[in-house]
Each structure stands twice: as structure tokens, then as C-alpha cells.
Design a binder for this molecule. Structure first.
Ligand SMILES: [Zn+2]
Length: 109
């Protein structure tokens, strides 16, 4: 039943989702995780950091339960945004592999 996308999704561990007492909230949390599943690692922590900074934002602890990101990671994302991401090169968001990407021969389906 689960698609590949769903398998990659982090399942929210907050009380509301675990007890299933608010479908609307649960949908919202799932949407956050769906979005996160398509982001790179730095983008993930920046997005969650932004959520935490909203006026009626959730606490880091709650966001950590929702997204599976460390509270420490969320704080780091917030610090990086505070600093205008100035110490982070624009071009180097992909981790792992290192070096340049090879020219792709495959075409996307
Ligand atoms: Zn939740």
C-alpha cells in the first residue's frame, strides 16, 4: 500500500499524531515531512528553523518530534539563517560523493 515516497517519509512522533486525535494537525505534520523528504539536508534544517521562528511557531522540541530533526540541528539552522547563510557557499548544498557530478547520460523518465 505504501508508495516509495511514503516509505521515505518520517512519521511524526508527536502526541497528536500518535493518538490520532486531530486529523487536521496530523495532515499538516505529514505535509511538512513530505516537503522535507524532497529537500537537501541544509534546506531541511533551514525550513524547520523557519517554522520555529514563526509568530505562532512550534517549539523546537515539538518540531523535533514532527520532523525527526535534532533540536540541535534546528538551532543550528536558525543560527545559519540569522547569519544570512553568509558562511555557506551557495553551490555546495549536496553532501557526499564530493567532486563534480559526472555528465549524466541517462534521461529522466
Ligand atoms: Zn504530529
Amino acid at each position: 500500500m505504501a508508495t516509495e515516497t511514503e516509505l521515505a517519509l518520517h512519521a511524526c512522533e508527536c502526541e497528536i499524531c500518535k493518538t490520532g486525535r486531530d486529523a487536521e494537525v496530523a495532515r499538516g505534520h505529514r505535509r511538512i515531512n513530505l516537503f522535507l523528504s524532497r529537500l537537501t539536508e541544509p534546506q531541511r534544517r533551514w525550513y524547520v528553523a523557519m517554522l520555529s521562528g514563526e509568530p505562532d511557531g512550534l517549539s523546537d522540541r515539538h518540531l523535533s518530534l514532527i520532523t525527526g530533526l535534532d533540536e540541535k540541528t534546528i538551532r543550528r539552522g536558525r543560527d545559519e539563517l540569522e547569519a544570512d547563510l553568509s558562511h555557506l557557499p551557495v553551490d555546495r548544498q549536496r553532501r557526499g560523493g564530493g567532486g563534480r557530478l559526472r555528465a549524466e547520460k541517462k534521461t529522466r523518465p
